[in-house]
Design a binder for this molecule. Structure first.
Ligand code: F6R
Length: 241
């Protein structure tokens, strides 16, 4: 495991974007695994800047996203599909993007279809991950079997209440999501975990130095042979270079 402790979130995001750019330069048709959430936003902005400055070409890259809310369409501003279009895809020249179909009502069909897409594209070359405060990666919440592939998740009460602020009415908050499973995440050739800010400090330390347990899904990353962790002085306060 390689750990980069950068000073600020900006520095961490810059480093993350450099690793992504290097991956694409080494293999123009690489498969990138992408995450939503606040963590990768600045990293995506650096990628957009690099594209606008003609330093990188995404035309042959395939992107696969970790997760999507069940019941939200691509046009819903709260869907992860909408998020990716807005914060990255619509601003670069990527053509091949993939995300679970939130509008597919049949979970078996939705998960099988997405898993087939993942299997066909082959192992992800570089998987970007954020980390939840409970150690979740993708929507793989504590207790999820490490052998799960794409599956339906019943969102925890805390996740639902955390999401409440984005919706007009309580009943509009999605209760379910589709997520890439840990088994697929672990098949990625390289995993890039980004965690910044002091609220990620404890869970990052526990995930990287504590026991490997399904109670802390991100702890499985300790067993992957090619993990890069990028943090800032707050999230990695406990780590000495
Ligand atoms: C998002 C995802 C989640 C987030 C995690 C951290 O696609 O898979 O696991 O990475 O919840 O979210 P932020 O970055 O908002 O703290």
């Amino acid at each position: 495991m390689k750990i980069y402790k950068l000073k600020t979130e900006e520095d961490a995001s810059k480093k993350a974007s450099e690793i992504i750019i290097k991956t694409i330069k080494n293999k123009e048709d690489c498969v990138l695994g992408l995450a939503t959430g606040s963590t990768p936003l600045k990293t995506y902005q650096f990628l957009i800047d690099a594209y606008k400055n003609k330093k990188i070409d995404f035309s042959k890259v395939a992107a696969v996203n970790l997760d999507e809310y069940k019941g939200l369409s691509k046009d819903d501003p709260n869907s992860y599909s909408y998020f990716m279009d807005k914060h990255l895809f619509n601003q670069i020249n990527i053509k091949n993007t993939n995300i679970p179909d939130g509008m597919e009502k049949d979970p078996v069909k939705a998960c099988n279809t997405y898993q087939k897409t993942l299997n066909n594209l082959g192992p992800v070359d570089l998987q970007i991950l954020g980390i939840g405060l409970n150690g979740h990666i993708g929507f793989n919440e504590p207790g999820t079997d490490f052998n799960e592939e794409t599956h339906l998740v019943s969102l925890s009460k805390s996740t639902i209440s955390a999401n409440r602020r984005f919706f007009l009415k309580e009943e509009d908050v999605p209760k379910f999501a589709y997520t890439m499973g840990i088994k697929t995440i672990m098949k990625s050739k390289t995993i890039l975990l980004i965690a910044t800010g002091k609220n990620k400090k404890e869970i990052l330390k526990e995930s990287l130095t504590g026991p490997v347990t399904t109670n802390v899904p991100a702890s499985i990353l300790q067993t992957h042979e090619n993990v890069i962790v990028i943090g800032d002085s707050e999230s990695l306060e406990w780590y000495e270079d």
